[in-house]
Write a protein that binds this ligand. Structure first.
Ligand code: NAD
Ligand code: MN
Length: 357
């Protein structure tokens, strides 16, 4: 039987709740579609950091470099500074595994109401591609004169020709694979006159190989307006690490809830495993209450199954998710309902087993 080795890293807060739910659903999916998943649960996270001083064991990446995929929850605890957690766990996986393409689909699922008055559903169907390896989050910079009045701190954005070219190619390919073949390149080349100008130039160069893809360019501030006022004019979007980070939270909110939004951190060349995770964080305000919305993790599971080549199982899981979101009684509190994580999980498993398509 085909068996996929999955590394599960629940992390912190509701990460542990949604990854437990996601693991259950993936196991049912596998059984239903005649393959197997072997899931290794790893205790990498803030608790481990507080005890041992490290989020993962020494040479931790060697333990998972041959896995087929990673299912990640969230990194972030109230008593650990956020930059320590992010760099100690999530970026410590994304960067060495060269997961440079971060893909974030956004749709208004059945039964979910967008906060946009004019959106009933089909008007908002986007995929945001985030450059995930450099740019504003390259980690280059430093501080001097610490604590003194003349203290100085810098964060330097790094844009390389190789890095920009590969993300543009990835975005044009993705746009080409979607029915509308429409790509928006987000930029800020009016104010940032070096890297963002090169970003625009490389977009135009890469575009020449994709005459069938219609593309336009948009300043990031104007893009927030277009997303809110003319969502139907957008299909595929490519943006820098920081810009896409911000735009994708906006996208998630416009599609109904942060708890639904999925993401894939892809190493498209498959030299390393790719990592799938909901875009939300640890949600301290609801952690431990059993009411976290697991849909973002389930949808990330769909992206994982697509990446593994299990197209049938991926489509079946997406149908199961949509059947469940369509039922208001199965909405968690973030969607205005009363359902628990457990109830939504059981309902998705039942929908999977009952799907005869
Ligand atoms: P958050 O996503 O944790 O929460 C924002 C709001 O959305 C909260 O009100 C929360 O209750 C709600 N929410 C989020 N996910 C939900 C879900 N699945 N179901 C129901 N409601 C949900 O963002 P934050 O508060 O800015 O960050 C909390 C911590 O998480 C911080 O330490 C932050 O650094 C970390 N974080 C980690 C990641 C990651 O690991 N990928 C991403 C974002 C934030
Ligand atoms: Mn973010």
């Amino acid at each position: 039987m085909r068996t996929y080795k999955i590394a599960a890293i629940p992390g912190d807060g509701i990460g542990t709740e949604v990854v437990a739910a996601g693991t259950k659903v993936l196991e049912v999916c596998a059984r239903r579609d005649g393959f197997a998943v072997s899931v290794d649960q790893l205790d990498w996270g803030s608790e481990r950091y507080k005890k041992t001083g490290a989020f993962m064991p020494e040479r931790g990446l060697d333990l998972i470099k041959d896995h087929d995929a990673i299912l990640f929850g969230s990194a972030g605890a109230p008593d650990v500074p956020d930059h320590i957690t992010l760099w100690g766990l999530r970026l410590a996986i994304c960067q060495p595994f060269d997961q440079y393409a971060n893909v974030r689909p956004t749709r208004v699922l059945p039964g979910i109401v967008s906060p946009l008055r004019k959106v009933s559903g089909p008007e908002l169907d986007w995929v945001i591609v985030r450059e995930n390896s450099e740019g504003e989050y390259a980690g280059v910079g430093g501080r001097a004169h610490r604590g003194l009045p003349e203290e100085v701190a810098t964060d330097v954005s790094i844009f390389t020709r190789a890095g920009v070219t590969r993300i543009m190619r990835f975005a044009f390919e993705l746009a080409r694979s979607r029915p509308r073949k429409l790509l928006t390149v987000v930029t800020k080349s009016n104010a940032q006159r070096h890297a963002m100008v090169m970003w625009d130039e490389i977009a135009a160069e890469v575009a020449q190989a994709y005459p069938d893809v219609q593309w336009d360019k948009m300043l990031v501030d104007a893009m927030t307006m277009r997303m809110t006022l003319r969502p139907e004019t957008i299909d595929t979007v490519v943006a820098s690490n920081l810009h896409a980070d911000i735009l994708s939270d906006l996208a998630a909110a416009l599609a109904g809830s942060l708890g639904i939004a999925p993401t894939a951190n892809l190493n498209p060349e498959r030299k390393f495993p790719s990592m799938f995770e909901p875009i939300h964080g640890s949600a301290f305000d609801i952690a431990g209450k059993g009411i976290a919305n697991p849909v973002g993790t389930f949808w990330s599971g769909v992206m994982m199954l697509e990446h593994l080549g299990e197209k049938g199982a991926a489509a079946r899981l997406m149908r199961a998710i949509e059947r469940v979101t369509a039922d208001q009684n199965l909405h968690t509190p973030d969607l205005g309902g009363k359902a628990t994580t457990e109830e939504v999980t059981v309902a998705v498993c039942d929908a999977l087993l009952g799907d005869n398509q």
